[in-house]
Ligand binder design. Structure first.
Ligand code: MRU
Length: 365
């Protein structure tokens, strides 16, 4: 997507310098900074400390980290060590393991001398595939938005609510939940997006920055506002991303998603999840029992970060001194609360049967 007229992906390879670059998301939306990642450790730090974040982008970054390590040392030992180091960075988004497994499975049978080039080529492939997957999610999601628009008075905007940032910054490009929004805007279909702030890390600020930069009408709201808006008929559709969706359709996503799904269910508002297929964990069924939920540092809760009056970025404490802190970063929305899964192959029910209609090869495996 464009930033100040220039098209960016969230991660890219600079062919002039042979280096991998990222947008350092810790500073957004207040400052736009580009960073070069040069070593396995820098890739691991970028994922762990959330310079990059969002399930698909974490996967693509891991693939590039693996490729960088293969340039330094293409041995079997380095391949396995890189898998371990990158895999240990964050526990919940399955795209990380998906990308690392794909890299290792492809590289292991190759002679070490051929691994560096092959690994970089595969990382490019994973990044390009992600862009295409998200573009297709947008095309299928747009159909749903059009169906909702058709039931409203002509010209009235379709009002969407989203949680966290499942935008182009969370993927390589387009985003998952935002892709239908961008497609709607590009098609001239009026929409309005309620953007949850998504405490404690305020990924909603990234979403607001993204959709605002694309000229999409939106409002940045507190995390607790969604239920009220739904009760008052001010939301036509909820759409979120996901970090891991199980084979039976349970959706793990940013903390607070479950509460939005409950409110949507209680108010008859359709709740859709934009789901790229690498985010499906076919090995687990019960998301509540089986998905590891990342517990992040308490300081993210006790302190808030923002721009100070002098333009610098600073933080302030909001919790009382000494209060114990809790910071689970994700929750699981049971499949029964999900109206539909929007994948690159089309839209399906959040159920084993629904997923089998779109991914028969996986369901049979
Ligand atoms: O902790 P984050 O910022 O990596 O969490 C991101 C989310 O939960 C997104 O909503 C999800 O990854 C979908 S990204 C397309």
């Amino acid at each position: 997507m464009k930033v100040d007229g220039t098209h960016y992906r969230s991660i890219w390879y600079d062919t002039g310098t042979d280096e991998v670059r990222i947008i350092d998301q810790r500073w957004l939306p207040h400052a736009f900074k580009i960073v070069t990642l040069k070593s396995l450790e820098s890739f691991a730090t970028a994922i762990r400390d959330m310079w990059v974040r969002g399930a698909p982008l974490i996967g693509a970054t891991a693939a590039y980290g693996m490729a960088e390590e293969m340039r330094r040392d293409p041995s079997d030992a380095a391949l396995n060590m890189a898998w371990d180091v990158l895999h240990d960075t964050r526990p919940t988004a399955i795209n990380l393991k998906w990308a690392l497994d794909r890299c290792r499975t492809y590289l292991q049978p190759l002679a070490p001398a051929n691994r560096a080039d092959a690994a970089m080529k595969l990382a490019h492939e994973i990044a390009d595939e992600d862009v295409e997957i998200n573009r297709m999610i947008g095309i299928h999601g747009l159909e749903i938005i059009k169906q909702i628009a058709a039931k409203k008075p002509a010209g009235e905007p379709v009002r969407l609510l989203t949680h966290c940032n499942a935008g182009w910054l969370a993927t390589v490009d387009w985003g998952t939940a935002t892709s239908p929004m961008y497609h709607a805007a590009n098609a001239g279909l009026p929409i309005h997006v309620w953007v949850d702030e998504t405490r404690p890390r305020n990924q909603g600020a990234l979403t607001a920055w993204e959709v605002g930069s694309h000229g999409i009408n939106h409002a940045y709201i507190t995390d607790n506002a969604g239920g009220h808006l739904m009760q008052h008929g001010m939301v036509d559709m909820v759409i979120t991303g996901t970090d891991r969706t199980t084979a039976r359709g349970d959706v793990c996503n940013k903390i607070g998603t479950y509460l939005k799904a409950l409110a949507a269910h209680d108010n008859g508002v359709p709740f859709y999840v934009a789901l790229p297929s690498p985010t499906i964990d076919w090995t687990v069924q019960d998301g509540v029992k089986e998905i590891p939920i990342e517990e992040r540092p308490g300081r993210e809760v006790s302190h808030i970060q923002g721009v100070l009056a002098d333009g610098s970025i600073g933080e302030a404490q909001v919790s009382p001194d000494g209060s114990p802190l809790g910071n689970p970063a994700f929750d699981v929305t049971p499949a029964r609360l999900v109206t539909g899964l929007i994948t690159e192959r089309g839209v399906c029910k959040a159920s084993p049967e629904g997923l089998a209609t779109l991914f028969p090869e996986r369901a049979a495996a």
